[in-house]
Design a binder for this molecule. Structure first.
Ligand code: ADP
Ligand code: ADP
Length: 221
């Protein structure tokens, strides 16, 4: 089953940056795909098109059944609730504890208090953060904050997980730990797209890799 389909998608910005050219790609349910490429190659833009923060300049893009050129407002919010998004800079709410950060997302997604009470401990445990539930983000290490941002992306069990350089700020031990968690989630059935410029990680995991180069997406052999 196809989850994401790019058909000859181009994306340019007003300032004449031309990050994506003729991108065609089908992502199937349960795929675990890496998008590699140097800084500025268009990796973030590629993910932004998928979560609807940017629109294609031309071409067709469908994500979880929605046509991304038209979708906005409530429909876009509904669609985003089916995605977990992980950012390199974590984007945790600093005035809320880790548990409150997760609760906030679950409430926004319409989960009831009993469901929240059930999901929270299970997710924190899976990410090794049970003992940090009541801490504020600034008291966590970089690796823990990144795991917390993964926890927030996952706690609503979205079918699709997007991660933009999730290991960009981590040392190799923490980076590997995050990648292993992603592998486990993928085995549980979640479709995962990860951008990275860290080639060692990609080699280690042996997952399929696409590379963005001068706006074009190519398989890496
Ligand atoms: P990457 O994530 O691979 O570093 P980006 O997708 O962030 O690449 O950027 C690709 C190109 O598009 C770069 O030249 C960048 O400067 C440009 N760009 C990214 N976002 C914008 C924007 N909002 N407005 C104008 N140019 C942008
Ligand atoms: P709303 O429609 O309530 O304004 P959004 O459309 O901004 O909410 O987001 C809907 C859902 O998308 C959130 O509940 C969350 O699961 C996910 N989401 C949005 N932004 C982020 C983010 N920065 N980090 C993680 N998940 C996010």
């Amino acid at each position: 089953k196809i989850i994401i389909e790019f058909q000859n998608v181009h994306k340019t910005y007003d300032n004449s940056a031309y990050p994506l050219r003729e991108v065609s790609l089908a992502v199937y349910k349960r795929d675990f795909l890496f998008i590699a490429g140097a800084s500025g190659a268009g990796k973030s833009t590629f993910l932004k098109l998928i979560y609807g923060a940017e629109k294609p300049t031309s071409g067709d893009l469908t994500v979880l059944g929605e046509t991304m050129t038209d979708v906005k407002g409530d429909r876009l919010s509904q669609l985003r609730r089916k995605m977990g998004i992980v950012f390199q800079d974590y984007q945790l709410i600093p005035q809320k504890t880790i548990a409150e950060n997760l609760t906030f997302v679950l409430r926004a997604q319409g989960f009831r208090p009993e469901q929240i009470q059930r999901r929270l401990p299970a997710t924190l445990k899976m990410l090794g953060l049970s003992h940090k539930a009541n801490c504020f983000p600034r008291y966590l290490s970089g690796g823990e904050q990144q795991r917390a941002s993964l926890a927030r992306a996952l706690v609503g069990t979205p079918p699709l997980l997007l991660a933009d350089e999730p290991t960009g700020n981590l040392d190799s031990h923490n980076a590997m730990q995050v990648m292993k968690i992603l592998q486990k989630l993928n085995r549980m059935g979640i479709t995962i797209l990860v951008t990275t410029h860290d080639e060692r990680l990609i080699e280690f995991l042996g997952q399929p890799v696409l590379s963005l180069d001068q706006g074009r997406l190519k398989p890496v052999l």
